[in-house]
Design a protein around this ligand. Sequence first.
Ligand SMILES: Nc1ncnc2c1ncn2[C@@H]1O[C@H](COP(=O)(O)OP(=O)(O)OP(=O)(O)O)[C@@H](O)[C@H]1O
Ligand SMILES: [Mg+2]
Length: 229
Amino acid sequence: MTKHLLEVKDLCKWYEQDKNRYLVLKNLDFKVEQGSFVVVMGKSGSGKTTLLNILGLLDNFNEGSYVFNGQDVTKMTENQRCSFRNNHIGFIFQQFYLIESLTVAQNIELPLLYHGGYSSEQRIDMVKKSLQDVELEEKFKSYPNELSGGQQQRISIARALVNEPDVILADEPTGALDWKTGLKIIDILVKLNKQNKTIIMVTHDSDLKKYATHCVFLKDGIFSEEDNI
Ligand SMILES: Nc1ncnc2c1ncn2[C@@H]1O[C@H](COP(=O)(O)OP(=O)(O)OP(=O)(O)O)[C@@H](O)[C@H]1O
Ligand SMILES: [Mg+2]
């Protein structure tokens, strides 16, 4: 039987403004298999980031259910959600969000420090392994402002990988990069997917659909299989 890593049922998300309810995600139903590379597309404002933030437990939803690896996320306390997020989910954002005052190695090490329980030797080994995955071992001691945008994004991928998460959520990871630099990022994500990492990536770039095992389009709060954006 196929193993589903994520299962979302009847999920609704709305915002309230001046007593009006503004529905962003309407009864979404979907499952993501372990090892998938899901590409999510849709117009600006269609709810892609909202969905990714919900999947990454950075945001709550109003109705429906979300089961991650057999665990109902709605039943978790805030503390459990935080440690679950740190242990199981890796994030990559359009704007990298590296800490300028820390070296590359220290940035990548942060999720391991939040996790706790690793010796400093273990942490160094794990950081080095992540840097190998993004082919930037030589930047171990550099600071983020000594790197190009593409290299900074690769470091943020290394940081997302270091805890060996079950899923990588990427919100427009190539959005701040030129086309060629962006392709290098996609190459790395494709390589990780071939190693059976599950990836969910939001993008505006329809050329990137070809790298996906599944592609969905968000429109008016629901999924459509067709390219109608
Ligand atoms: N905190 C909030 N309060 C109220 N409305 C919000 C909030 N966050 C998002 N929205 C609204 O929800 C809708 C979906 O926003 P979201 O950021 O998910 O879109 P998106 O598809 O990621 O867009 P883009 O492609 O521009 O990044 C938008 O109409 C937005 O204005
Ligand atoms: Mg967005």
